[in-house]
Design a protein around this ligand. Structure first.
Ligand code: F6P
Length: 362
């Protein structure tokens, strides 16, 4: 189809690799002779001429995307809140309102003569992209989340970097745990799924891995710690996903917010009481999302960026690019945003860990 100008935006939490997607999509589109516009901070730059004192949209040239493959964050900025069809919409004065601006968005795309949008985002942002597609926007989605919990793609970029950071942290905690004969609880990200906890816990040699998919019992974890103690392994490392839940209990949130947090600290107090062992908790938080993407994430992100442009070339709108096996393919956005991808409780990695003596607290 006849494309002259496309736009790219990034929405939701950042993930290492976003800039690599922007670079690959831009360079591939420029090769086609297209013009590329970057929309700043999700859709804000489309709706407002200026965002934070800078133009809402930036022309993306080869020069503008030079040397960004290895950079974390996103050169376009992002908005973590931005449910355009629900409640939370950022107004021009910076406050959050509740007006549905989708008609304005569609109007702006027409006015700016933008032929297609490449929307890079997680679950929330891709749902928005899907809604815009249903309203007639030509859109291709690119999946992004460090949690790796989007269905329809085997892998999201950013995940391997997060696992790398968490594994390194677990490794460093081992020496202190051993020197002080302590229990160290490490809380990693993962609201609904335990992919980061599972992969970093296994790679880092954790003794206990707690994931949202397998409710845990503090007593069972204490038993495991004391069993190790009797075998003269007088320290233990417990890796816990922020969304992990005690059996029969509820997830833990930072008081007064909808944000996950606090489960590691709560568990540390409980384990200290149950085992009598000195216990500390470390919450890794956003350090897992920051910094330079590992090579795997860079390459996956570059492949996704190029594939998104190929989908635009083919007129394959309303799709999301994703990894299936070792192939980048496109799947309907509608399918991609319906289910989240949880760790199956009989997952081969879970079974491998169990057979090596790792406890899942159940
Ligand atoms: O979905 C990615 C993620 O990093 C989650 O693992 C985490 O709970 C959440 O985002 C944190 O979001 P925010 O940046 O809004 O604190």
């Amino acid at each position: 189809m006849n494309i002259r100008r496309i736009a790219i935006n990034t929405g939701g939490g950042d993930a290492p690799g976003l800039n690599a997607v922007i670079r690959a999509a831009t360079l591939t589109a420029l090769e086609n002779g297209w013009e590329v516009l970057g929309i700043r901070r999700g859709y804000m730059g489309l709706l407002h001429d200026e965002v934070d004192g800078e133009p809402g949209m930036v022309p993306l040239s080869a020069e503008r995307v030079r040397g960004i493959t290895h950079l974390g964050g996103t050169i376009l900025g992002t908005t973590a809140r931005g449910n355009l069809f629900g409640l939370e919409v950022r107004q021009s004065d910076g406050t959050w309102g509740d007006r549905d601006p989708s008609a304005d968005i569609m109007g702006r795309f027409a006015e700016m003569e933008i032929d297609a949008l490449i929307a890079i985002g997680g679950d929330g942002s891709l749902k928005i992209a899907h809604r815009l597609f249903l309203k007639g926007l030509r859109v291709v989605g690119v999946p992004k989340t460090i949690d790796n919990d989007l269905s329809a793609t085997d892998m999201t970029f950013g995940f391997q970097t997060a696992v790398d950071v968490a594994t390194e942290a677990i490794g460093r905690l081992h020496s202190t745990a051993e020197a002080h004969q302590r229990v160290m609880v490490v809380q990693v990200m993962g609201r609904h799924t335990g992919w980061i906890a599972l992969e970093s816990g296994l790679a880092g040699g954790a003794d206990v891995i707690l994931i949202p998919e397998i409710p845990f019992s503090a007593e069972r974890i204490a038993e495991k710690i004391m069993e190790r103690d009797r075998a003269r392994r007088r320290f233990s490392i417990v890796v816990i996903a922020e969304g992990a839940v005690p059996a029969g209990g509820l997830p833990s949130f930072v008081e007064g917010t909808g944000r996950y947090g606090g489960i590691g600290d709560r568990l540390a107090v409980e384990l200290e009481a149950l085992t009598g062992k000195d216990t500390r908790c470390l919450t890794l938080g956003h350090i897992q999302r920051g910094g330079s993407p590992v090579p795997y994430d860079r390459n996956l992100a570059l492949r996704f960026g190029a594939a998104a442009v190929h989908a635009v070339e083919r007129g394959n709108f309303g799709c999301m690019v994703g990894l299936q096996g070792n192939h980048v393919r496109s799947v309907p956005l509608g399918d991609a945003v319906t289910d989240i991808k949880r760790v199956p409780i009989d997952d081969e990695v879970v079974r491998t860990a169990r057979r090596m003596g790792v406890s899942f607290g159940d």
